[in-house]
Design a protein around this ligand. Structure first.
Ligand SMILES: [Zn+2]
Length: 78
């Protein structure tokens, strides 16, 4: 298991996501942003909009996914 924070994934807070793969933490961050938006959390709105943009434009977002996966791969285990 590795840990990435909301901030490491482009968000504004230090909420931690744990996962075995980069996709796990990316999915957890998507959920976190959705929950924050639903709760009326304006601090997370820009990151939430970016996340929705990534779903709409997956090709344009490949760089973000590649960078995030590389950052995840570089993290220590544990
Ligand atoms: Zn957050």
């Amino acid at each position: 298991m590795k840990t990435m924070t909301c901030r490491q994934l482009g968000g504004p807070c230090e909420h931690q996501h744990h996962g075995a793969t980069a996709d796990d933490v990316i999915k957890a961050q998507d959920r976190h942003l959705k929950d924050a938006a639903k709760a009326g959390d304006t601090v997370h709105l820009p990151a939430h909009e970016e996340m929705k943009g990534r779903w709409r434009h997956p090709k344009r977002s490949l760089g973000w996914y590649r960078d995030t996966k590389a950052a995840f791969a570089a993290l220590p285990e544990g």
